[in-house]
Design a binder for this molecule. Structure first.
Ligand SMILES: *Cc1c(COP(=O)(O)O)cnc(C)c1O
Length: 368
């Protein structure tokens, strides 16, 4: 058997930039700026610019950023937030942390994203916000979503945890809704050396309020205007992210190259390949294919040393944690079918052409 192909190889990403990273971490240690500090402040400026936004507030995770985003909008007990059942569960956690209820709307079969056609009928007098996800790096169809939000005077928050650098109609994700939230979990397109996240907005009021909420609800030390949180980003994460951000465009180009090669090498197989609608420039966080015999295909890849993963095997409305919502199988059929059929192939900028060819060959062998 030839060399295995890992699903993700963070060491390959770190190797060429290890010197820069070590120097950045050493600088943080020398300054002892461990919580927020100058490196985080610089990263906030740089990441806001990358997203084309006025403000960036760095946090200790993407989940925290989502929580703060909904608090900024006044989401609270008894409120409803419209969202997708087909995502990583943290999207829904943020709603639950506010004491509000996730109201799920099924996804589009082609893109795995919240179906704009189904959103309007889910709106009730208690709806406080719409929270779509740019899943796998693929931007949602934002214009119809924004039109519905405008019509009903509802804010749109984007969960962009998987979509750093993705573009919608030529413009980078980050400022379409009032607030966008990113994650810097190590496996994301831009990953910290630990946990991290950020909230991006053009609103100076949201930015100031988010700054206070992440710091124990205070603008003046030991004076607390409201109940706040410790959601600050660590200094070391800001230093590492500042270095990595300089390489992000190059990594995105690498991911795009991998996706194109998969498209070419897997064309004509029975797999359904990811689509890139005309409005979207995918950030290719994941390359997720689908087939009804997913579990057999997965076993075949496992047996041949090809890394793979299922994102996601169970939609949120069927999770035990959300049993109280009273959903049952069949409620969101498109999401449920996707959860039975999807399989993510290795996807990262450092994959070599030989590795991609090996993945494609093993996939083709399964169908032969
Ligand atoms: C990773 C992720 C989050 C949570 O981010 P953390 O930094 O891990 O807290 C939220 N939503 C989506 C869609 C994610 O992929």
């Amino acid at each position: 058997m030839t060399d295995p192909v890992p699903y993700l190889d963070l060491k390959a990403q770190l190797r060429p930039i290890r010197g820069e990273i070590d120097a950045a971490i050493a600088r943080t240690l020398d300054n002892c700026s461990f919580c927020l500090g100058p490196d985080v402040a610089q990263f906030e400026k740089d990441f806001a610019k990358y997203c084309g936004a006025e403000h960036c507030l760095a946090m200790n995770s993407g989940t925290s950023a989502l929580h703060i985003a909904l608090l900024l909008l006044g989401v609270g007990s008894g409120d409803e937030v419209i969202t997708t059942p087909y995502t990583f569960i943290a999207t829904s956690w943020a709603i639950s942390y506010c004491g509000a209820k996730p109201v799920y709307v099924d996804i589009e079969d082609a893109t795995f994203n919240l179906d704009p056609k189904l959103v309007e009928r889910a709106i009730t007098p208690r709806t406080k916000a719409v929270l779509p996800v740019h899943l796998y790096g693929q931007p949602c169809d934002l214009d119809p979503l924004l039109a519905i939000c405008q019509k009903h005077n509802l804010p749109l928050v984007e969960d962009a945890a998987q979509a750093h650098g993705a573009k919608y109609k030529g413009k980078t994700i980050g400022t379409f809704g009032g607030i966008s939230c990113f994650s810097f979990y190590p496996a994301k397109n831009l990953g910290a050396a630990g946990e991290g996240g950020a909230l991006v907005t053009n609103s100076p009021e949201f930015a100031a309020h988010a700054r206070a909420l992440r710091e124990h609800g205070s603008t003046k030390r030991y004076h607390h205007d409201e109940i706040g949180f410790n959601y600050r980003m660590e200094g070391i994460q800001g230093a590492v992210l500042g270095v990595k951000l300089k390489h992000l465009e190059q990594w995105q180009a690498g991911r795009r190259r991998v996706a194109q090669l998969y498209h070419e090498l897997l064309a004509g197989t029975p797999l359904r390949l990811p689509v890139e609608p005309g409005y979207a420039e995918n950030a290719w966080h994941l390359y997720t294919v689908r087939h009804p015999r997913r579990d057999e295909l997965k076993a075949h890849l496992d047996a041949n040393g090809i890394g793979n993963a299922v994102h996601y095997p169970m939609p949120l409305h069927l999770q035990k944690a959300y049993a109280n919502l009273g959903h049952k199988p069949g409620d969101f059929a498109v999401a449920e079918k996707a959860s039975r059929e999807v399989l993510s192939l290795p996807m990262y900028a450092e994959l070599t052409e030989a590795q991609i060819q090996r993945v494609a060959a093993v996939v083709r062998e399964f169908f032969a």
